[in-house]
Design a protein around this ligand. Structure first.
Ligand SMILES: Cc1cc2nc3c(=O)[nH]c(=O)nc-3n(C[C@H](O)[C@H](O)[C@H](O)COP(=O)(O)OP(=O)(O)OC[C@H]3O[C@@H](n4cnc5c(N)ncnc54)[C@H](O)[C@@H]3O)c2cc1C
Length: 396
C-alpha cells in the first residue's frame, strides 16, 4: 500500500519539533510517512547566529546535520519553490514534485525592510549561516584594511533595530572589539558602534527596567544608543535618520524586522500584511484543515489578548508540538486542541558575561542571565538529540 505523505516544510525550530513528535507517535503504523524538506541538510541554531557573525564561535557549532537528529522519515534537501494547493503538491527546486496529504509549513522568516529606500541593497541581515559568514568576513576585512590604511575616520559599525537580535549582536561585537582591537593593531578610538531603534526603548515589548539595563550595558561597552528615531534612507555611505543628522557608516547590519517567507504569498496562500499565514486556533490554515503552520511563518495569536505571539524559537517549538498532537489526533479520530501559548522566557546576552531575561513570571539580569543563556542550547541539544547529541557537542 502506498503511504500518505505528511510533508513538513522547513527543519528549523518548529519543523524539527513537528517531525520528531509525529515520528514518535506514528511508529509501527504503515499508512503515513513523514517527509521533511529543508534547504540545507542541517538544522541551524538561529538563536546563536550572532556568535559566528562576530567571530566568537565556529560555524560548525551552530549547525547540526539533520541525519543526527531525525530518523525513520524521508529527508529531502532542496528549496521549496512553490506550494500548489489545488494539485496538493510541493515543488522543490522548480522541478521535483512531492504530493501531500497533510502539509506543515515551518519555513521561518525573511527580513522586512518596510520599503525604506536603499536599506536592502546597503545592509546585511542575520537570517542564516551564510549571512553570518558574510557579516564575519566583512567585519574582519574592515578591521584588517583599517589597520593597514591608518586614516583618521574611525570605522563605524551600525545596527538597525534594537530588538533581541540587534541588542545581542551589538553586545557581542562590542565585547569582541574591546578584547581584540590590539590583535588588529588598532587603537580603541579607531572604531565605533551605534544601535538605532525606532521605539522609545531598546527591546520593545520587554519591561522598562530590562530595556534600561540593556541600554546601560551597551553604553558601558562604548556603544552609542539611539532610540525613538527611524532610518528613512540608506545610501552606500550614509544612513539618513528622521530626526537626527545623517550618519556615515562602514557596515550596516539590519535587524529591524521580519516577515513570513515569500513562497507563501507567491503560492496564493492567505497571509497578513507581514506575510504570515492566517491560521485558526488549531494552527490550521484558515482555508484548509490539512495544512498547518508554525513559527515565524504563521500569524498565531494569544487567545487571551488577541495579540500576535512574538516570533521566537520557543513559540515555534510550542506550536510544533501542538501541530504534531493535532495531526495525530486527526489521524486517530480524536478531537483537536486549540493552541495555548506557554510561558516564554526571553533571554539574551549583552556582551561577554552579561545578559538579561524576562518572562511573565520573573526577570533576571547580569552574570546569572548570561549563564542561563549558555544553558539554553545545552538543554535544546538534549531535547532534540538526547544524551548522544549532548555528548558529541559537549557543554560549550
Ligand atoms: C540572531 C538571532 C537571535 C535570536 N535570538 C532568539 C532568542 O534568544 N530566543 C528566541 O526564542 N528566539 C530568538 N530568535 C528568533 C528565532 O530564531 C526564530 O523565531 C525561530 O528560528 C523561528 O523558528 P521557525 O521554525 O519558524 O523558523 P527557522 O528556525 O528559521 O527555520 C526555518 C527553516 O526553513 C528553511 N527554509 C526557509 N525557506 C526555505 C525554502 N524555500 N525551502 C526549503 N527550506 C526553507 C530554513 O533553511 C530553516 O531551516 C533569534 C533570531 C535571530 C536571527
Amino acid at each position: 500500500m502506498t503511504k500518505r505523505n505528511i510533508v513538513v516544510l522547513g527543519a528549523g525550530y518548529g519543523g524539527i519539533r513537528v517531525a520528531q513528535e509525529l515520528n514518535k507517535r506514528l511508529l509501527n503504523q504503515d499508512k503515513y510517512q513523514i517527509v521533511l524538506v529543508n534547504k540545507q541538510d542541517y538544522h541551524t541554531l538561529r538563536t546563536q547566529l550572532y556568535e559566528p557573525a562576530v567571530g566568537t564561535r565556529d560555524y560548525n557549532e551552530v549547525i547540526i546535520p539533520l541525519n543526527e537528529i531525525v530518523e525513520g522519515m524521508s529527508l529531502v534537501k532542496g528549496t521549496v519553490s512553490e506550494i500548489d494547493l489545488h494539485k496538493r503538491i510541493v515543488v522543490i527546486n522548480s522541478t521535483k514534485e512531492i504530493s501531500f496529504h497533510y502539509l506543515v509549513i515551518a519555513l521561518g522568516s525573511m527580513p522586512e525592510y518596510f520599503g525604506i529606500k536603499g536599506l536592502k541593497e546597503n545592509s546585511i541581515s542575520l537570517n542564516n549561516i551564510n549571512d553570518a559568514q558574510v557579516i564575519n568576513d566583512r567585519i574582519d576585512n574592515l578591521l584588517v584594511k583599517k589597520s593597514e590604511e591608518r586614516n583618521e575616520a574611525p570605522l563605524h559599525f551600525v545596527v538597525g533595530g534594537g530588538g533581541l537580535t540587534g541588542v545581542e549582536f551589538t553586545g557581542e561585537l562590542a565585547s569582541y572589539l574591546e578584547e581584540k582591537w590590539e590583535k588588529y593593531n588598532l587603537s580603541a578610538d579607531q572604531y565605533k558602534i551605534t544601535i538605532i531603534e525606532a521605539a522609545n526603548q531598546l527591546l520593545p515589548g520587554m519591561s522598562e527596567e530590562i530595556a534600561a539595563y540593556a541600554k546601560q550595558t551597551l553604553e558601558d561597552l562604548g556603544v552609542k544608543v539611539i532610540i525613538n528615531d527611524l532610518i528613512s534612507e540608506v545610501t552606500p555611505e550614509k544612513i539618513y535618520l528622521k530626526s537626527s543628522p545623517e550618519i556615515k557608516y562602514s557596515l550596516l547590519i539590519w535587524a529591524g524586522g521580519i516577515r513570513g517567507n515569500s513562497i507563501l504569498a507567491k503560492s496564493g496562500i492567505k497571509t497578513d500584511g507581514r506575510g504570515r499565514i492566517l491560521v485558526n486556533p488549531y494552527l490550521q490554515y484558515i482555508d484548509d484543515p490539512y495544512i498547518y503552520a508554525v513559527g515565524d511563518s504563521a500569524l498565531v495569536k494569544d487567545p487571551e489578548t488577541g495579540i500576535p505571539v512574538l516570533p521566537t524559537a520557543q513559540a515555534a517549538i510550542q506550536e510544533g508540538r501542538q501541530v504534531a498532537q493535532n495531526i495525530y489526533a486527526d489521524i486517530t479520530g480524536q478531537p483537536l486542541k486549540e493552541h495555548q501559548p506557554g510561558l516564554i522566557l526571553l533571554c539574551i546576552t549583552v556582551g561577554r558575561g552579561r545578559g538579561l531575561g524576562e518572562s511573565k513570571k520573573f526577570r533576571i539580569k547580569g552574570v546569572s542571565a548570561a549563564l542561563l543563556k549558555k544553558f539554553i542550547p545545552i538543554k535544546y541539544f538534549f531535547t532534540i538529540g538526547g544524551l548522544k547529541l549532548l555528548g558529541r557537542r559537549g557543554m560549550k
